[in-house]
Ligand binder design. Structure first.
Ligand SMILES: NC(=O)c1ccc[n+]([C@@H]2O[C@H](COP(=O)([O-])OP(=O)(O)OC[C@H]3O[C@@H](n4cnc5c(N)ncnc54)[C@H](O)[C@@H]3O)[C@@H](O)[C@H]2O)c1
Length: 226
């Protein structure tokens, strides 16, 4: 088991689903966890749980699509913690509407959270990690990136997640000379609040498309990188 004592780990979307699972595991492994989420109440509850088990953490209400909020967050983190060792970009939203039902507002929302959010976070953390000459960024993409959406999410969601893979590869090239590693994970359908509604109406249909014969659990996704 890797030791993350005193490593500073920032997790976006860390208040729910896959991000929550990642937050809890880093908490158990004694990292200093920092949750970035629009749901501050839930994020705070998780931090309290972590503290009750002897871990350390803090929650921030930040919308990852807001560049100013993200920039001032990292300024504060640099002052308080001095470094960011790991950034996990898990904040994301899904859209399941077919082409003829999607509107501009929904398109902009999905692209903004899933793509601009990662851009804002990576752009703001890069200068810190460049100074440190090391760092690790993990972006959560999706199998929908490779399938153009499909059963899980529509084409717009798939396109946003394909964009995450492209950003990841580009940033990995730019970060490598500074010791910054940038990787993406492409989970399949995973039992989280994000797909609760979808599961309630199309559960059997989705399960038929999964070789495992069931949904993944959030703690199975985090196994890939912790
Ligand atoms: N659940 C799945 O089946 C699945 C499969 C593949 C990929 N993913 C991806 O994994 C990631 C996590 O998904 P999940 O299933 O855990 O979802 P979730 O809905 O359970 O959690 C997402 C979290 O992101 C936060 N968030 C949303 N918009 C935000 C914003 N603008 N700024 C800050 N925080 C914001 C939410 O408040 C929530 O806490 C997402 O990027 C998702 O696209 C999920």
């Amino acid at each position: 088991m890797s030791d993350f004592s005193n490593k500073v780990v920032v997790i976006t979307g860390g208040a729910s689903g896959i991000g929550e699972s990642v937050t809890r595991l880093f908490g158990e492994r004694k990292a200093k966890v920092i949750v970035v989420d629009v749901n501050l109440e839930k994020a705070n509850d998780i931090i309290v749980d972590i503290a009750n088990k002897g871990g350390k953490g803090k929650a921030f209400k930040i919308d990852v699509t807001n560049e100013k909020e993200v920039d001032s967050f990292f300024n504060q983190v640099e002052k308080e913690y001095g470094a960011v060792d790991i950034l996990v970009n898990s904040a994301g939203v899904v859209s399941t509407k077919p082409l003829l039902e999607i509107n501009e507002k929904e398109f902009d929302f999905v692209i903004s959270v899933n793509l601009k959010g990662i851009l804002n976070m990576c752009k703001a953390v890069f200068p810190l990690m460049m100074k440190q000459k090391e760092g690790s960024i993990i972006n959560i993409s999706s199998v929908a990136a490779k399938k153009g959406g499909g059963i899980f999410g529509n084409a717009i969601y798939g396109a946003s997640k394909a964009g995450v893979i492209a950003l990841t590869k580009g940033f990995a090239r730019e970060g490598a000379p500074y010791g910054i590693r940038v990787n993406a994970i492409c989970p399949g359908p995973t039992e989280t609040p994000m797909i609760k509604e979808l599961m309630s109406v199309r559960k059997e249909q989705i399960i038929k498309s999964i070789p495992l014969g069931r949904f993944a659990r959030p703690n199975e996704i985090r196994k890939n990188y912790i």
